[in-house]
Design a protein around this ligand. Structure first.
Ligand code: AHN
Ligand code: ZN
Length: 358
């Protein structure tokens, strides 16, 4: 009896031990499972941590990838040139000049509320008095960080490089019209998508009323670029400043090439490099040639010297002509036949790239 009891107790004890062992085993198994699941989670976490930040870093360190640069519409720019030419020669104080000024101001106002027509009394080399009009459109006028884009909107009062009708004014489709056409298309683009930087588009008057070589009038210094001279001495806002400027002059002729103009290299070499590099990067290397051109007396010289804004001139250089300008320069052939959409596009798209990446 005692033996039986003792044997039963022992059995029970063994049962208890077995049960405890079972629980112990289960606990270990559970622990292992937990550890393996945790391990997987930790591994996944480490994996995700080690790859994600690298990708993010790439995006942050290369902001160029994020910017959507608009597509320049060369047809639109072409129509803007055509419209200017349709008024006739835009010679200061003439009817076509007055009508074109009204149209330019109105057109700008459809793209921005900040439009100023700056007027100034001038006397030209021929002793005549006029009131010039510089037409200015500002985008994000409140921003301190700005750039300025320039062109002249007048056309020459004489055709001194033609063989015929030298005393009648020219249409200036390329010489005047092309730069303005490109800038109007840029204005349209700015109204659709605001660039990060503030932009001023400044159309100078009376650039092309310079004294001709065969003139009987006494020689007058600084007879060209009267609008830019006035604006550079007296900008439309006191304390006006821009980080840099780009002038467009004769940017619409077929197969034009733009050499690195001498004054631009002297005053604004880094801007010149920036623009030429962009032109090459987006496939317009045949227009933006890495060749040094001569110094040209143009609106940007006054902007550099008087307004102290480093400014380049994108201006056609033709090594095959005597003037080194376009073959129809200051002749009656500077009409719409002298305008090519591809050239307008090369210049316009390059400028969009420059502006939207600032
Ligand atoms: C001179 O011929 C002195 N300067 C060229 C500036 C110009 C005239 N641009 C267009 N027309
Ligand atoms: Zn000219």
């Amino acid at each position: 009896m005692v033996e039986k009891e003792a044997a039963g107790k022992l059995k029970n004890r063994f049962k208890m031990i077995d049960m405890k062992y079972d629980i112990f085993k289960k606990k270990i198994l559970l622990k292992r499972e937990v550890i393996s699941v945790m391990g997987t989670i930790i591994m996944l976490f480490i994996f995700s941590c080690s790859t994600e930040p690298q990708q993010k870093k790439k995006e942050v360190s290369d902001p160029k990838l994020k910017i959507d640069v608009p597509v320049f519409n060369a047809d639109s720019a072409y129509i803007f040139v055509e419209k200017q030419v349709s008024f006739g020669p835009r010679v200061i104080s003439s009817k076509p000049w007055k009508n074109c000024a009204i149209w330019l101001e109105k057109k700008f106002r459809t793209y921005t509320p900040d439009v100023i027509v700056q007027e100034a009394a001038i006397t030209t080399y021929d002793g005549k008095n006029h009131t010039l009009k510089n037409i200015i459109a500002s985008f994000s006028a409140e921003k301190v960080n700005r750039i300025a884009l320039f062109a002249h909107w007048d056309s020459r009062h004489i055709a001194d490089h033609d063989t015929e009708n030298q005393n009648s004014p020219i249409l200036g489709a390329n010489d005047g019209g092309s730069g303005v056409g490109v800038l109007l298309e840029l204005a349209r683009q700015f109204s659709l998508k605001n660039p990060k930087i503030g932009v001023d588009i400044i159309l100078f008057d009376a650039e092309d009323y310079g004294q001709p070589e065969n003139s009987n009038f006494p020689i007058m210094q600084d007879s060209w670029c009267l609008g830019s001279q006035h604006w550079s001495k007296t900008p439309h806002q006191s304390n006006y400043n821009a980080r840099f400027g780009i002038l467009l002059d004769m940017v619409g002729a077929k197969n034009a090439s733009f050499y690195m103009e001498g004054n631009s290299s002297y005053f604004a070499s880094s801007i010149l490099q920036k623009v030429w590099k962009k032109g090459h990067e987006i496939g317009f290397g045949k227009y933006f040639e890495y060749k040094n051109g001569p110094e040209i007396m143009d609106d940007h010289v006054y902007v550099n010297i008087l307004a102290h804004i480093p400014t380049i001139d994108i201006i056609e250089y033709d090594p095959s002509t005597e003037s080194h300008f376009n073959k129809h320069w200051h002749t009656h052939k500077d009409d719409m036949n002298n305008i090519d959409r591809e050239t307008l596009n090369a210049v316009g798209q390059t400028l969009l790239e420059v502006v939207y990446r600032e």
